[in-house]
Design a protein around this ligand. Structure first.
Ligand SMILES: Nc1ccn([C@@H]2O[C@H](COP(=O)(O)O)[C@@H](O)[C@H]2O)c(=O)n1
Ligand SMILES: C[C@@]1(CO)OP(=O)(O)OP(=O)(O)OC[C@H]1O
Length: 153
């Protein structure tokens, strides 16, 4: 059994789409990023890589490489899951926290949970999601933290 923790933060800016956990969230602002800026998938990927001591997504997908411009983060997750499987593990449980002042995410909880469960081939009851505001302290950023439990194949 292995455990991993990951974190990602991006600045919010107008005219960008907001993606969280592979789901498009209607919003006036989205993450400024080289990829689609899905902080929840990025934090998840880093948690999985960390659990297997395989580095981080910046090593696998450098943001200086034009090939990864506007990359959908689910492609990053697929590549990470392949590496995790090669290391002899599969995902058993995930616990994620997203900090964002606006928009409200609660109405999207079930959709994000279902999408993550699908991407990870997990039952939805093994995908826990917490949403927090920054209480106005960081209104221009979106942040995700994620813990993942892995079990041996
Ligand atoms: N973008 C967000 C942030 C939070 N929520 C929900 O609001 C509740 C209270 O959050 P606090 O940061 O004030 O503790 C909590 O139930 C969150 O699920 C949300 O829906 N969207
Ligand atoms: C995903 C990558 C690559 O497109 O770029 P960003 O979308 O900027 O995201 P970040 O969380 O900074 O992580 C690693 C990058 O290499």
């Amino acid at each position: 059994m292995r455990i991993g923790f990951g974190e990602d933060t991006h600045r919010l800016e107008p005219g960008r789409a907001l993606w969280l956990g592979g789901v498009h969230i209607p919003s006036e602002r989205g993450a400024r990023a080289h990829s689609d800026g899905d902080v929840l998938l990025h934090a998840l990927c880093d948690a999985l890589l960390s659990a297997c001591a395989l580095g981080d997504i910046g090593v696998l997908f450098p943001d200086t490489d034009a090939r990864w411009k506007d990359l959908q983060s689910r492609v990053i997750l697929e590549a990470v899951l392949e590496r995790v499987a090669r290391a002899g593990y599969r995902v058993s449980q995930l616990s994620g926290v997203v900090t964002l002042d606006r928009p409200k995410l609660s109405p999207h909880r079930a959709t994000i949970q279902a999408r993550l469960a699908e991407l990870l081939s997990l039952p939805e009851e093994r995908v826990g999601l917490t949403f927090k505001t920054s209480e106005g302290l960081a209104p221009d950023h979106v942040q995700a933290r994620c813990m993942a439990l892995l079990e041996a194949l």
